[in-house]
Design a protein around this ligand. Structure first.
Ligand SMILES: [Zn+2]
Length: 136
């Protein structure tokens, strides 16, 4: 899982808006301009994800990149949203040993990273474990 790629995609993911193909019903997140199944037959319409999903797989990050030093260890997970798309995000507010594949999670709006030199604070979504979100 690539953390730098995660940050590059952050802007398009900011509001949890995906697209749905009107032809085949597939959903994509982050949004894309063409349905790879339908090509020109499909029309993509934006929709807002409800923000709930489950953990498909995860990894515990022990070595932080710049700006994440105070957060290690933390959990980066691939999450399958209720609407179908999968995305990569941090799971916050948990002990990494609590996380299990199949757990239910919910998006939360959080400070993602603080840039000490420029004084910039970036906000975006993370996920938290839902109460009673045990693996099925
Ligand atoms: Zn399609």
């Amino acid at each position: 899982m690539s953390v730098p790629r995660f940050w590059r995609n952050q802007q398009s993911r900011y509001n949890l808006v995906g697209v749905k193909c009107t032809n085949c019903g597939r959903t994509y997140f982050p949004p894309r301009s063409l349905c790879p199944s339908c090509r020109r037959l499909g029309k993509l319409e934006k929709f807002k994800l409800r923000g709930r999903g489950e953990v498909v797989t995860y990894t515990v990050i022990h070595t932080a990149t710049d700006g994440f030093g105070d957060q290690v260890p933390y959990v980066m997970a691939i999450i399958r949203m209720e609407e179908g798309p999968q995305l990569t995000a941090q799971i916050a507010d948990c002990d990494p040993s609590e996380v299990r594949i199949g757990m239910k999670v919910e998006a939360i709006f959080r400070k993602i990273q603080e840039d000490g030199t420029a004084g910039l604070i970036h906000y975006g979504y993370k996920f938290k474990l839902l109460e009673g979100g045990n693996a099925l």
